[in-house]
Design a protein around this ligand. Sequence first.
Ligand SMILES: [Zn+2]
Length: 519
Amino acid sequence: MHWADELITKIPHRQARHRVDDMKTVSGMPHVGSLRAIVTHDILYRAMRKAGFKVDFTYVFNDMDPMDGLPVYLPEAKYRQHMGKPLYQIPAPEPGYASFGEYYALKYQAAFNKIGCHPKIIWSHELYAKGQMDELVRIALDNTDKIRRIYSQVAKQTKPDDWHPYQVICPQCGKVGTTIVTAWDGKYVTYECRANLVQWAQGCGHEARVEPVGENGKLMWKVDWPAHWKALQITVECAGKDHFSAGGSRDLGVHICQEVFGVKPPTGWLHEFFLVGGKKMSSSKGAGVGADEITSIIPPELIRFLIARTPIRKAVNFDPEGMSIPDLYDAYDQAAQAYWDKSDEKMARTFELSQVSGQPAKKHFLPRFRDVATVVQYPEIDNYVRFAQVKGAALTELEKNVLEDRVKYAQIWLDGYSPAEAVFKPADKLPQAAGQLTELQQDYLRQVRLLLTQEWKEPEELQQALYDAAKKLQMPTEQAFGAIYLTLIGKTHGPRAAWLLLEHLSKAKKLLKEASAGG
Ligand SMILES: [Zn+2]
């Protein structure tokens, strides 16, 4: 049984309405690891629907939280002053967005929509603004002692006697990260905006009383989380393993949810990390790999496949370099066969859950990715014709679309991640292998250079001229053409020489000149 189908058998109350939810504080472009969370929730949501649960799927963008760190890609001069303000009150890096929080939320939403996740979006600041959190804020403040005790018992954290689970947004400087509530009288909180409350932001010194309602402030994040569970009637919510440690935020949330808000906490499991590594991906920006970066390297269904095929508690560690992308395609194609042939239930289900939308297509031909990556480098070969030969029949429209999609990702792989052996495109520098060219081969290359000074309308004509030139030098054609391949692509074979030369004419001329410069 697939892990998702197995996990949902543990969800109680089959008749009641269910809600699967995921949340994120949008303090910058989400890291690729966040995709593990959203795809895991989407998979559970789909599995629940299939199993007959009445369920919907929501996503909360936590935009009331303060900016407590500056992403390295943002100008410090512009953003330093906003540290400590709630994310929905900070200007976006580009015009056209309501706030910093909205800007990154929408970017992230675009990334996860692309991989087939379409939860209903909920903005945390709207919940507060509409008063939907008022009652929960009051309950939390009334139970401050109890929450303090839970912190101490569950998280082994001692909160000072004047600690409260609420922070006011300072009406004078606009910051929320710098304020502290010092008293609650059942109607008003007394608060101070302190200069040195936190290292990352400076408060203005303002002191006052305010009603803890609407957008006046927010619950502390660890209390805010279970308050959202209750406000939104969430029944399923997972989290990364960093939240799931004993005494961690999930543990605290569970206790606060039950003992303070009086409802059952959502069922949830920890999901392991999703790491994308390798030399190319260890970003020099120091910001890690963005969720939107991986979606430009491999197609959405393969991102889903990576997560769907891995048990929830096992890390996904993906390095796009070398042969890992072709290998991933092969595994995906095997899962497709398992689905179509009904041969392996778990693989078949993995394939089904990897689809971006709806049910998988009916059985059809899948061009093998590594073959596509080779064929696209042979300018003389027509992709449709070649793969119709492999299939043994003409390609259908769907199959042509699949092929085109693989051509696109093959180019990306060849340009950025493939090993040198897989690439048949001329390099910028003369390949090392060109050092083994014989005198005769260099003579031949000089003839080729002469030929390339002419205009060639048809590659066939040039191909014939290349043969003739070899014959004139009394060279075996293999040696002659081998000289061209060694010079252009550092290999002894490759696409048909005339096509290769004409496709990359200026580069070819330069490399041929370098390789035969001696004479
Ligand atoms: Zn202030």
